[in-house]
Design a protein around this ligand. Structure first.
Ligand code: OSB
Ligand code: MG
Length: 369
């Protein structure tokens, strides 16, 4: 494989509903798309999953653009590699910035799958035929609104509910959902809003039979999560903390988590995502696929990733229509009334790009050769 051309573009897409986490509100996404092309003119697409601001992790769109243009693209362009699995090491000298590097890496995998004429999920080694879908529900202004959104998601077939929590919107919110929906698989995601000083408060969540609590403590603190897991019954799931397979190995060894949320961008693409998946599988730790409010390309990549065998828990990858009035793939990503997303049968992403839509949303572009 040899990449001859890389096209960066930034699109801007308003969310149907704003999304609030413990680190802030998002009304509109700005997303960097990466298109790679080889000498035969074959193309592959990737999506950079970082946020608009460096609040989830250190990455954001403007930095991603610079990393791609000034560091990642020059190392990938015209490099002769055996396969897409050899792309990630080309940019390994860059510390961090995994979402930027991962967007490019994923595009190369997509190109390779397309050239082989097989679906991306199969190309990365996926064996599942569908993935169960859950929803991630942001912090709401009232418990009534939260309950209405949960009820609607369950009516749509989604298999588990995740609610975002933060100090001041935690025990009461979880209690309200649990009281109204006693049997629903339910979990909470704190996005690092707590510290070990909140141990007692977090222990109170044990009363609600949550399937897990996601990333309660600092984004970079595996040790404190291990400490916390000793004093709460609810399984801890790590998100932000796991950027490499090595982190997964260390977190598992320390007892810092019993479940791992794998995000393709956060770990830098498919090569590392597969390694995280392997480490977890070898240790009996189930995984699920997280989301970053992706547009259709990133969503399709997430679906491909979710077909690996150890993705046994419902993920955050939901239907396009929960986020967008019109996605950048057509037809859009859909979830069955049973809450499943089927493995697509077409080559590569398995979802056709809506080029007209992408063009209309583009606000910045650059071609690198
Ligand atoms: O922590 O999982 C998270 C969205 C943005 C940043 C971080 C997270 C999320 C979500 C939404 O939970 C998942 C999605 O619906 O794409
Ligand atoms: Mg999370």
């Amino acid at each position: 494989m040899k990449i001859e051309r890389i096209r960066l573009r930034q699109i801007r897409m308003p969310l149907k509903h704003h999304f609030e986490t413990s680190f802030g509100r998002t009304y509109e996404r700005r997303i960097v798309l990466v298109e790679v092309e080889d000498g035969d003119g074959a193309a592959g697409w990737g999506e950079v999953t970082c946020g608009e601001n460096p609040f989830y992790n250190e990455e954001w769109v403007d930095a991603a653009w610079m990393i791609l243009r000034d560091y990642a693209a020059p190392r990938v362009l015209r490099a002769e590699v055996e396969s897409a699995a050899d792309i990630a090491p080309l940019t390994a000298r860059v510390r961090g910035h995994r979402m930027a590097r991962g967007g490019l890496e994923a595009a190369c995998w997509e190109l390779e799958a397309r050239k082989k004429g097989i679906p991306l999920w199969r190309h990365i080694g996926g064996t599942r035929s569908e993935t169960q879908s859950g929803v991630s529900i942001g912090i709401q202004d009232s418990r009534e609104e939260l309950l209405a959104i949960v009820a609607a998601a369950l009516a749509d077939g989604y298999r588990r509910i995740k609610i975002k929590i933060k100090p001041g919107w935690d025990i009461d919110a979880v209690a309200a959902v649990r009281e109204r929906f006693p049997q629903t698989p339910l979990m909470a995601d704190a996005n690092s809003a707590y510290t070990l000083a909140d141990r007692e408060r977090l222990r109170q969540l044990d009363a609600f039979g949550l399937t897990m609590i996601e990333q309660p403590l600092a984004h970079d603190d595996i040790v404190d999560h291990a400490e916390l897991q000793k004093s709460i019954a609810t399984p801890i799931c790590l998100d932000e903390c796991i950027r490499t397979a090595r982190h997964a190995e260390q977190a598992i060894r320390l007892g810092a988590c019993r479940i791992v949320n794998i995000k393709l961008g956060r770990v830098g693409g498919f090569r590392e995502a597969r390694r995280v998946h392997e480490v977890c599988a070898a240790n009996g730790i189930p995984v699920w696929c997280g989301g970053m409010l992706e547009a259709g390309i990133g969503r399709a990549h997430n679906i491909a990733l979710s077909m690996l065998s150890n993705f046994t828990l419902p993920g955050d990858v939901a239907a396009s229509k929960r986020y967008w009035s019109r996605d950048i793939v057509a037809p859009a990503v859909e979830v069955t009334p049973q809450g499943a997303i089927a493995a697509p049968s077409g080559p590569g992403l398995g979802y056709a790009l809506d080029r007209e839509r992408i063009e209309a949303l583009t606000e910045r572009r650059e071609e690198l050769t």
